[in-house]
Write a protein that binds this ligand. Structure first.
Ligand code: CMX
Length: 134
């Protein structure tokens, strides 16, 4: 079941520069950061209430996030819904005929994640995440 907005993804040219605004000026609580080679990004999560902002800095200009930065100059990139079972959400989306990016969940900063294609979701890149138990 989808329970809340887990995070909103924001693409930035530099994670370190962006943290000066999101963490230091706005005062959001920095949770963690990591380089996720499979996704081609450096990413950081900042908590605000029940949800988070995920900052994404591309590792190269020719991957998914790099192309987004080049084309749009960064900004709002995706919305991620939390689920207790991403595999089930993916099966439901497949059964509903929604075009998928991921055929099965994979590892991301937010836990086990998967993406639906923005062409099938009226232009909004949608992610599902099942956080790992702490
Ligand atoms: N939101 C809405 N539309 C998007 C988009 C986004 N974030 N990113 C790309 N698109 C659109 C483009 O505008 C383009 O539309 P048009 O054909 O109408 O011009 C179309 O998708 C194709 O864009 P592209 O730049 O040619 O890129 P690709 O087809 O190579 O890839 C996508 C697009 C969505 C499949 C790819 O970005 C992807 O696989 N994203 C999911 C993975 C990801 O974003 N990972 C980073 C997050 C990591 C994490 O959260 O842990």
């Amino acid at each position: 079941m989808l329970s809340k907005i887990h995070h909103v993804g924001v693409v930035v040219p530099s994670l370190d520069e962006s943290l000066k605004f999101w963490r230091d000026t706005l005062g959001l609580h920095f949770t963690k950061s990591a380089t996720i080679e499979e996704q081609g990004v450096r990413a950081a999560l900042l908590k605000v209430g029940e949800s988070e902002i995920e900052l994404l800095e591309p590792l190269s200009t020719d991957n998914a996030v790099g192309k987004f930065l080049t084309r749009r100059g960064g900004g709002l990139h995706h919305v991620c819904f939390q689920s207790d079972d991403v595999e089930r959400e993916l099966d439901a989306a497949r059964s509903a005929g929604i075009q998928l990016i991921d055929q099965k969940p994979r590892n991301g900063l937010a836990g086990m994640i998967c993406f639906l294609h923005p062409k099938a979701t009226r232009g909004v890149l949608v992610e599902y995440a099942q956080p790992m138990a702490d």
